[in-house]
Design a protein around this ligand. Structure first.
Ligand SMILES: [Zn+2]
Ligand SMILES: [Zn+2]
Length: 762
């Protein structure tokens, strides 16, 4: 063994031994400077006889494998909850006196389980009777899905049951089997409003000596229900849980977490097939005990000028944000960044640094601190993305999903105080697609270098068309299904990757642009990841999208001047230049200091985006546009598309067909259409249309203007000459076909807006 490896082993042993000083983590700060990751409270299912006590000075929990539980019940060292000889004064016992004894739990357990070895390893939870009746925060996050390659199921990762304020009560046995009832307290547990039962957890045994009730938490897996709805025909596929078990417990920071694995199968297959396909969904549930929130936290109202996510469970929503009072000035909220290969870390570092710089100047405090955790680091096992005790950015090596980045935060649902946040980055997938994009330029450069310029066009179009097809397939796959995930009948989990206000594209819009000149793959990706991570951290901070960001761009794309907001979507030709902008600073100043925004027309979000069906929504609220003159941007895109389609100025046949650029053409025509449709009702409020001198001043003149512009492309006077100039009959035919195809594509997009005959050329 070399000296280096032995040192590493020593460190590993120290980290995992748990012998590090037990720094009190009561009332922990979000900074957590002194917090040491440790496995001292970690229990993993395996040994069917294991029994372990975990917790801290104030609260201890007993974790008992099912095998050990059965044995203790047989030996009488644990008692059945219906045993008349129980004498520890829990409500259950006093209510029980005089009641007939229920059938034996042990019998029931044995009848229920086919004695598979992994069943006996499943962990049962011993909860102190002291905690019954206390207020706790309960919720859960999907942390693992066994179906890893399928882009449909992969997106269940990070689905969240938003935090509930709960209390518990033991149900009287006269009403059925003994259960621990979990009750939702409504807006506050202090209030008198009726408490609603949200869950019933079976009580398996009582430990009279340790004063604990032993609970079967695998119930949380049994009642998990998944429905997939196909969008095109609304076909439902329902999945039910056929078996579940508790596989992990851990405790720190006043928070108990436990993993429940549920084996889901399609209901139809469960009945008809001997071996239905099983998908294992693992939820990491949590119970936060005691005062884990700041009672002095300032709740802030949502306002129109800036966009924050808001709380969902109370009648009056509050914005979601971190509590700066729980952050030491020079420390910031601790983030662990998992699995990012060293060559791509730069963009991550600069993203955190940029937010810190802005927060320092706006609030006087750094907001983040971060640490990279490589995939070989032993602490990697302890850091599960979605575990509410941590904030984690994960370069996802396991699940493949159709999004590029996802940045949900988890907040107290009555005040908006964020207590955990995560970012998933589809790193390997992103790298694969962007490498292909750069390869296209590389191949064409090689041809140009050896003087075969005329072939370069063909090579580029071929590579880009192949890349486009890949992205199309990805979206068809990802977009045609919607999932619903529920815990029992009433509690719905939010599938964050299905939420357009959070799910961020991997590679925006497929078009015919090549990578920016002068940029290497490495330099481009640094900008790309800077943009993505800063944007996702923006979501973590509470910020929603802002699709009016590009309206504040400078005239030519420059670093930090392509949008006034990092929460904007920008195409590949712009996003690597995006930085935190003046809008973001204004929004953070409101959310984190209460400062009144100084601009009222800088923001719009997912709920406001315009479409061809909504003439009352401004064309300037657009996910797909760019530059400070979006109509000019669409105009330029259409000119470029047409030039490619007729191979303008060239004698050889065009390298592109209309079919190859269908997405791009639909996108550009839709851009024209938005101005055409929304002009009459919204043009009076447009801020970036009149900048160009030839634009009409009256809202009523916008539609005719757009129509004429469109026709000038469809019926371009130079088309005839372009066809004539082609060297071969074949090239002439291909050009003519493209000109016809262009018209057909326009008619398709405008079919509900402009009669086809009016688009025809005279
Ligand atoms: Zn986003
Ligand atoms: Zn925009």
């Amino acid at each position: 063994m070399t000296r280096a490896t032995s040192l590493i082993c020593l460190c590993v042993a120290l980290v995992l031994s748990g012998c590090a000083k037990d720094s009190s983590d009561k009332n922990y700060k979000l900074s957590d400077k002194n917090y040491k990751l440790s496995d001292k409270n970690l229990v993993i299912a395996g040994d069917p006889k294991q029994v372990k006590t975990i917790g801290d000075q104030d609260t201890q929990f007993q974790i008992i494998a099912k095998g050990a539980l059965d044995e203790k019940l047989s030996l009488g060292s644990l008692m059945e909850p219906t045993d008349q000889n129980l004498s520890i004064g829990i409500p259950l016992v006093s209510d029980l006196s005089g009641q007939p004894k229920n059938r034996s739990i042990l019998d029931r357990l044995r009848r229920r389980t086919k004695p598979l070895p992994d069943d006996f390893a499943s962990l049962q939870f011993g909860m102190p009777i002291d905690l019954v009746g206390k207020t706790m925060v309960f919720g859960g996050v999907v942390v693992k899905v066994s179906d890893r390659v399928n882009e449909d199921m992969g997106r269940l990762k990070l689905a969240e049951l938003p935090a509930l304020l709960v209390t518990t009560k033991i149900q009287k046995p006269s009403l059925g089997d003994p259960k621990l009832l979990v009750l939702n307290c409504g807006a506050s547990c202090e209030s008198q409003e009726p408490k609603k039962e949200v869950l019933g957890i079976p009580i398996l045994a009582v430990d009279q000596v340790k004063k604990t009730v032993i609970l079967d938490l695998s119930k949380l897996g049994d009642i998990l229900e998944l429905t997939a709805i196909r969008k095109n025909d609304y076909t439902l596929s329902q999945y039910k849980s056929i078996k579940s078990r508790v596989v992990t417990f851990d405790f720190s920071k006043n928070t108990l977490v436990f993993d429940v694995e549920a084996q889901l199968v399609k209901k139809s297959e469960a009945l008809n097939q001997p071996n239905p396909k099983v998908t294992v969904v693992t939820n990491r549930w949590y119970l936060k005990l005691g005062d884990v929130f700041n009672p002095q936290f300032t709740k802030r109202k949502p306002i129109n000028e800036v966009g924050f996510f808001t709380t969902k469970r109370n009648s009056e929503p509050w914005i979601v944000r971190y509590d700066l009072d729980r952050i030491e000035p020079q420390e910031g909220v601790k983030y662990y960044i998992k699995n990012v290969p060293p060559e791509f870390q730069k963009g991550f570092v600069s993203a955190f640094d940029e937010w810190n710089e802005k927060f320092l100047s706006i609030t006087g405090k750094k907001i983040f601190n971060y640490e990279f955790i490589s995939k070989d680091d032993p602490r990697s096992q302890l850091l599960v993305t979605g575990d509410v005790r941590y904030n984690i950015i994960e370069w996802d090596l396991v699940n493949r999903a159709a999004y590029g980045g996802l940045g949900p935060s988890i907040a107290h649902q009555y005040t908006g105080e964020v207590f955990s946040a995560n970012v998933l980055v589809q790193g390997p997938h992103i790298i694969e697609l962007f490498r292909e994009w750069f390869q296209a330029r590389h191949d064409s450069d090689d041809l140009i270098r050896i003087g075969r310029d005329h072939e370069a066009d063909g090579v580029i179009s071929k590579s880009l068309i192949a890349l486009n097809a890949k992205l199309d397939a990805l979206h068809l796959d990802g977009d045609n299904k919607v999932f619903k995930l529920k815990l029992g009948k009433d509690l719905e989990l939010a599938i964050r990757s299905q939420d357009p206000s959070l799910e961020d594209p991997l590679m925006q819009r497929v078009d015919f642009d090549l990578p920016p000149v002068g940029y290497t793959f490495e330099a481009y990706m640094e900008g790309y990841f800077h943009d993505m991570v800063t944007h996702e951290l923006g979501h973590n901070l509470g910020l929603r999208h802002n699709f009016r960001g590009n309206l504040g761009a400078s005239d030519v794309p420059e670093l930090g001047k392509v949008s006034r907001s990092i929460m904007e979507y920008l195409g590949r030709g712009y996003r690597y230049l995006d930085r935190i902008g003046p809008y973001d600073e204004m929004a953070i100043a409101y959310g984190y200091t209460g400062a009144t925004p100084t601009h009222a027309d800088w923001f719009c979000t997912d709920d406001d985006v315009s479409s061809l069906e909504t003439p009352e929504f401004s064309a300037e609220c657009n996910r797909d546009d760019a530059t400070n003159d979006p109509f000019g941007f669409y105009d330029a895109r259409l000119r470029k598309a047409v030039d490619y389609l007729v191979a303008r100025g060239k004698a050889n046949a065009p390298a592109w067909t209309v079919d190859d650029m269908k997405r791009e053409l639909t996108h550009v025509f839709t851009g024209f259409g938005l101005y055409y449709v929304t002009g009459p009702l919204t043009a009076s409020k447009w801020t970036n249309f009149l900048t160009n001198a030839d634009r009409p001043k009256e809202p009523s003149q916008v539609a005719p203007y757009v129509f004429n512009k469109l026709k000038s492309y469809l019926c371009d006077a130079s088309f005839e000459q372009e066809v004539t100039n082609k060297e071969s009959t074949e090239a002439k035919k291909k050009t003519l076909d493209n000109i016809k195809g262009l018209m057909a594509q326009a008619k398709e997009v405008f079919k509900d807006l402009i009669p086809a005959a009016e688009l025809e050329c005279q």
